[in-house]
Design a protein around this ligand. Structure first.
Ligand code: ZN
Length: 128
């Protein structure tokens, strides 16, 4: 059991204070901020969020409530914005490398979404 003050930005939680446990109702729970890691999406990328954790000394349950949902959601949004802002395959500055670039994109897509079927009907030259 961690007792002490934890912070997230300008918020603080004092784990030496007891609060009512939402699970068993005992006035024996402690709240603290903790770094929580969770996997997101089909590729299971690991994201982390600082969430308020409630630990109860009576029923020995530890849980995150609405605060955890909000801050996990924020971590997901930050992740999605970062992905959108920085594609893992950059645009080549040398057009001689265009074929290599297309292969890199194809490889990147395969790594993210699985193999590209080989029996697709050719749709002509790609527009990029
Ligand atoms: Zn409890």
């Amino acid at each position: 059991m961690n007792t002490g003050i934890t912070t997230r930005g300008d918020e603080t939680l004092d784990a030496s204070k007891t609060v009512v446990c939402e699970i068993c109702g005992a006035h024996a729970a402690h709240e603290r901020f903790d770094l929580q890691k969770f996997s997101y999406g089909q590729d299971g990328v690991i994201l982390s969020a600082i969430v308020a954790v409630t630990e109860c000394t009576a029923c020995e349950m530890a849980y995150t409530g609405e605060d955890g949902e909000i801050h996990r959601e924020l971590a997901v949004r930050n992740h999605l914005q970062a992905v959108a802002a920085s594609p893992s395959v950059g645009v080549p500055d040398d057009t001689d490398n265009l074929d290599a670039w297309k292969q890199a994109i194809r490889k990147d897509v395969e790594e993210r979404f699985g193999p590209i079927p080989d029996d697709l009907v050719p749709a002509g030259e790609a527009a990029w």
